[in-house]
Design a protein. Structure first.
Length: 387
């Protein structure tokens, strides 16, 4: 309506403007009917005057607003961003295996399926062994409960003598009667924590699969955000960083297999029960830097107490010796070979990461330290030398 009115109004300026708008609309219609691809949405117009006071003020205001929004977003979505970061870290760590399979003439989806199936098989093996052992122990405990109650009331048994001396039964009844709600609340809190942990693990697993499948496209999209003059160097640096992350994960898996196999044969040699289950458990907790092997060694030593005290002490000494060998011989060689990070930097990075983000920070600390060291060597130090 406005265009037709201006054309018949006799105003030359209005008619010229309407004609230009009509020409632009026709050109846009012609372009939109063509095949959509990058660069076919018209030529960009002249840039804005960046020296204009209005532009400077608006740019400053938008910068402050965006910064505040990003900080607020990170604060509100910190837990979700942590899960996303963990999933991407796992995907990058598994990328060398997928790349090796694709180099052997397998499509990427098949390589991802093989890797995921292997991980699910290992998890299913551990869960099956754990559930079978735990169900057997719970069944035995339920069958033995009447015997324990009878022994507790029999003054001639050891449990009865302890009950008569320390009033164990009365103390338990008093505890349950006075703090029953607290105990129930603690059980519910533990249940919520287990549910939250399982759901977080599922989220990380699903996101890791998606990231692993689409990692080449994600990398290409990220490379397009880099200016063309610096894109080649950015690709080389990022590929080297991702390769070191993958090397770290594979190196960590190598040390994990060693401690798992060593635990299995040690427990078989000394007759400690549940060798397969505890070997898998020690291998899994050994993935946690610094404290993982201590947790596994303590668990196996406690189980070894059911055999004898000398066996438990020998098991504790075995894990102490292994930890020393791992810290001073195995891990420095593996990490220096895979991620090129010195032993001192490895320890400091793990400590700082653990303080900042807990177990997650300790897991990603060494790859982050490797990335920082690479950027310092390739970018910062050359600029300082040439300045």
């Amino acid at each position: 309506m406005t265009t037709d009115t201006s054309r018949h109004s006799g105003d030359p300026a209005a008619t010229s403007t309407a004609d230009r708008v009509q020409d632009a609309a026709e050109t846009a219609a012609t372009v939109s009917t063509s095949r959509p691809r990058a660069g076919t949405l018209g030529r960009p117009g002249p840039p804005m005057n960046r020296r204009s006071p209005f532009f400077i003020g608006m740019a400053g205001a938008v910068g402050v607003a965006v910064t505040f929004g990003v900080v607020e977003l990170i604060a509100q979505a910190g837990s979700i961003l942590t899960l996303i970061g963990m999933a991407f870290f796992v995907a990058v760590g598994l990328e060398p295996v997928v790349s090796w399979l694709t180099r052997h003439h397998l499509p990427r989806w098949a390589a991802v399926v093989i890797v995921v199936a292997g991980l699910l098989g290992a998890a299913a093996l551990f869960i099956t062994l754990a559930v079978a052992r735990l169900s057997g122990e719970v069944t035995t405990l339920v069958h033995q409960l009447p015997h324990y109650v009878h022994s507790l009331q029999n003054h001639n048994s050891e449990l009865g003598q302890l009950n008569a001396k320390y009033h164990v039964e009365q103390r338990l009844q008093k505890l349950l009667s006075s703090h029953g709600s607290s105990v129930a609340g603690g059980v519910l809190a533990a249940g919520r924590m287990v549910f939250s942990t399982v759901s977080s693990a599922l989220v990380v697993a699903v996101l890791s699969i998606y990231f692993l499948v689409g990692l080449p496209q994600i990398k290409l999209f990220a490379y397009q955000l880099v200016p063309g003059s610096r894109r080649t160097r950015a690709i080389l640096l990022s590929d080297e960083i991702l390769a070191r992350v993958g090397g770290y994960v594979l190196g960590n898996l190598f040390t994990t297999v060693i401690i798992g196999v060593g635990t299995f044969f040690w427990m078989l040699a000394l007759g400690i029960p549940y060798p397969v289950l505890l070997a898998v458990f020690v291998a899994l907790v050994d993935l946690i830097p610094v404290i993982g092997s201590y947790i596994g060694g303590a668990a196996v030593s406690l189980v070894a107490l059911t055999v004898s005290l000398p066996v438990a002490l020998a098991t504790l000494g075995f894990y102490i010796c292994y930890k020393l060998a791992e810290d001073y011989l195995l891990v420095p060689k593996v990490m220096n070979r895979t991620v090129h990070v010195p032993a001192t930097a490895t320890l400091v990075a793990v400590l700082i990461g653990g303080v900042l983000l807990g177990i997650v920070g300790a897991l990603v600390a060494i790859p982050v330290a490797a990335a920082i060291r690479l950027l310092l060597r390739e970018v910062v130090f050359p600029r300082l030398d040439n300045s």
